[in-house]
Design a binder for this molecule. Sequence first.
Ligand code: NA7
Length: 541
Amino acid sequence: MSPSGPTHDAIVIGAGFSGIRALWELDQLGLRVKCLEAGSDVGGAWYWNCYPGARTDSEAWVYAMNFTPDVREQWDYKERYPSQKEVQGYIRRVADHYDLVRYIQFNTRLTSARYNESDKTWTVIDQKGNATTARYFIPATGPLSIAKEPSFKGLKNFTGEWYQAASWPKDPVLFEGKRIAVIGTGATGVQIIPKLASAAKQLTVFQRTPNYVLPGRNYVIDESQAAEIKKNYAETLGRAAANPYALAMTFSGKTIRDATDPDSVRQILDAGWESGGFHFQFETLDDLFVSPESNRIASDYIRQKIHSIVRDSAMAEILCPKYPFLSKRPPCGHFYYEAFNRPNVDLVDISRDEIEMYEGGIRSTSGQGQWKFDMIIFAIGFDAATGALSEIDVRGKEGQSLGDLWARDVQTFAGVLVPGFPNMFTVCGPHIQFGNMPVILDLQMRWIGKTIRHMNDNRLIGIEVSSEAAGSWCIHLDEMFQKTLFAASAKETGSWFVGANIPGKRSAPLFYFGSVQSWLSWLEDEARQAWKDMNFSPLQI
Ligand code: NA7
């Protein structure tokens, strides 16, 4: 870069998994890098979501980054599903080990980013008005980082404590002796509820839509298991890279057609249920995502399980989803349904009745119910995929606003590049392959690194994907989405896969549901064919 050029080669936004992975890649390329992070430490989602019970739904052995075998050598996750503290610790260890923290400016929130056509750079401005210029703008802001605001009527009148799970206080919160309400039964609520059930005097769960909660079957990893994980680390990550969702799981090779008698189907589903977590959806019947028959059997199976665990049958029925399994991302539970057997736990069905707050607690707007609380916890989800970047004033060529553009239509090339926004690489942004993110974003960052290397080697200072290439990708993404069973129901179930959980948000697939391999082939084909769909700008001397 010329001495009169930008102050940095690349600016990364966010120091979570994807930001740290990006910093490592850019550091390896010898670039001058800066990272802005809103939190006071690394971790991203794993920094903010420190609510009780927060842990991964992916297994420890795949919740790691491929580029860090030496860190993995010295790192032992303590549980099958590592806790928030452990995951943040892992990210911190990676950042320290590779001396990446020196690039990060903490407590700094980005407010705007503008592309400068004249010199093919980006200028980003933080909340204090400080500007940084860089050749590459690399937002690594996370797919689920902007929490839905609890905009319930009357909340300001509530005199008790209230918290959002996604921005949980760093100081301890005391639950003992308190009457607590949890609103939301997605993956977050499902983790919080059993924890509070045993700590609170009274816990009341407000459920709008039930979920199919899979039993996690968590356990402590002992020394011999830890040694085994290390021994098999390369092979495990290889399996994850070969799996459509980047999990170290292997399809059973069986569909509903191979298992004609009810007993054999039951045995297959029992095995998945006993294995725990996502094994139920990925290692039982391979056609759960596409065959209505297969899906109906699995849905019925889980509903029966709910009834067999929850003793109060009316409560069990309220907990049973009526829509097909996998229409929404199934949460991983840790004695979730069992919590409803406790005498101090109540369930309120708000599927047909809205709620509002008053000084003493919560009441239904119909006036049918009123409950007193000392504390309310909101676990009501996120503005997925596009939320974080749409909040920032990002402007591409000719001052085009990314937020305005994405409100109308999300166009990307394989979830990495956006036409009209040269030199911007999104990590873990909209249209990325859905699945186990640490492995997926690792593959994505490798490609971004390879592309920047190609540009440096060829004295290229600008890259913009063609609208045609982005258009072809978006058609393909939509076709793959339409093949899934949940395409039909995603809107009605309010799934964040399509942004339907945010009132007024345009409903369209925000993630790619093809496979890691297919998604990667779009990127790798591009590199193999000398980036033929990219418009490059050469350095003018
Ligand atoms: P989710 O999965 O979007 O769940 C949010 C929950 O909050 C869900 O049960 C919603 O019911 C409920 N919700 C949202 N808004 C309201 C209002 N206004 N009133 C009542 N209930 C409401 O978010 P999570 O944080 O649990 O999980 C997100 C992902 O984070 C997760 O899958 C992991 O990948 C990590 P609804 O279903 O909309 O009726």
